[in-house]
Each structure stands twice: as C-alpha cells, then as structure tokens.
Design a binder for this molecule. Structure first.
Ligand SMILES: [Cu+2]
Length: 225
C-alpha cells in the first residue's frame, strides 16, 4: 500500500530526465547521419566569384580577371567524377557562376588539365568575340585552333564569345595543363546570360550527358549588374 505510493514519485522524477536524454541521443544520431550523408548541391554553389580578382589598367579602367581550371574530375559534390570548370581557390568551387558589372573588361585565364575531345562542329575552333579576335595558348596568339587538339570551349552566345581550349597530349605527365588567356567586354545590358562548353565532352551516346547537361560543370551563368 504505502510502498507503492512511495515508489511512484521516484519513477516520476526519473521520467522527464530519461525523455530529455533520449531526445538528445536521437537528435545526435540524426545529426550524425545527416553529417555523413549530406552532399552539398555542387551545381547550385554560386560562389565562382572567388575566382575573380579586380585590378586597374594604367588608364584607370577596371579589369576583372577570372582564374579557372578545367579538371577531369571535380572531386567534390554529388558528381565528384564529373569533369568541369572549377575555381583554383581552396576549397574549390564550381567555376561557372559569375556576377560582374555590365560593360566591363574581363580577362579569363584557364588552366586545362583535360585531354582532347573531338568537336562535333569545327566552326567552334574559331576564336570569336574576344578583344583582338584572339586568345593566347601557352603564350602563343591564336585566331583558330586545330580541331584535333581541342578539348573544350568557353562559349557565351549572347556575348558573341567563343574560345576553344587546347587539350593536354595523351602522353602528358600527371598534373600537366595548357594555359589559355583571352579578354572580352561584357555587354552594356544588365541580365543573366548563359554560357557553356560546345564540345560534346560529357557522357552518353552523343557526349551531351552528365557534366554537359547539369549547370556547374560545363555550363553556367554570367549575371551582369
Ligand atoms: Cu567541355
């Protein structure tokens, strides 16, 4: 009789503590599961502006320089095995989303670590829309690239810009890259402009799958403000 009423308050005292304890354990287990399974949406990571540095010419004009790499594997995010344009910052980011002023001078420096892929349309081996109608490849000025050594392009249809990227030779040493450099002026109109690689360098029957069909790898956006 009395014994049972004596023990009840003791059990009631333990109850809430046990519930709080269990909630904490469940929350920690959920947090742990989330932390080991979470994969940031790499293509939605719009931070490529870490690749942009701003300087001035002697006449005081601002130059926006974009430093990018083309990697055979981006090595992060949900498609770590996709190839893609990437920043050379640490940590790396997708190198495809940029916010820049309209009517500004942009210089792009690209290190291509990937080998050649045949372009489907050799028209895109012509350098178009850049200042002087040229790019430099390993310091050499080009107006047109041999399609046999093409690997990717940097193509912004609305800017009229198309620049072929040279691939590394098949027998290149690990870590080898080709350096492309070119400049263009952004249009004097604010807006969002898509850009992409035109070489079918992705997966699937026509090479337009995988990194070619998902933003953040072989395509992205210029937002002009
Ligand atoms: Cu490509």
């Amino acid at each position: 009789m009395d014994e049972s009423t004596d023990t009840v308050p003791t059990r009631q005292g333990l109850g809430p503590t046990l519930i709080v304890f269990l909630i904490v354990i469940i929350a920690l287990a959920a947090l742990f599961t989330w932390s080991i399974t979470y994969r940031a949406a790499y293509g939605a990571d719009r931070t490529a502006n870490s690749a942009v540095s701003v300087s001035s010419t002697t006449s005081g004009q601002k130059v926006y320089t974009i430093h990018l790499a083309i990697q055979q594997e981006v090595a992060v995010g949900p498609h770590a095995d996709f190839l893609g344009y990437q920043t050379e910052t640490k940590p790396v980011h997708p190198g495809t989303f940029f916010t820049l002023p309209r009517n500004s001078l942009v210089t792009v420096v690209i290190h291509n670590f990937d080998s050649a892929t045949a372009p489907r349309n050799e028209f895109f081996s012509l350098v178009q829309g850049t200042i002087g109608g040229v790019e430099t490849v390993q310091g050499k000025t080009l107006k047109v690239m041999d399609p046999a050594v093409m690997s990717h392009t940097f193509t912004v249809p609305d800017f009229g810009v198309n620049v072929p990227m040279m691939g590394i030779p098949d027998n290149a040493k690990p870590g080898a890259f080709e350096t492309m450099k070119f400049s263009f002026r952004t249009p004097n109109k604010a807006g969002v402009y898509r850009w992409q690689c035109i070489v079918p360098c992705g997966s699937g029957q026509y090479g337009n799958g995988g990194p070619m069909s998902e933003l953040g790898y072989m395509s992205g956006m210029f937002t002009l403000t």
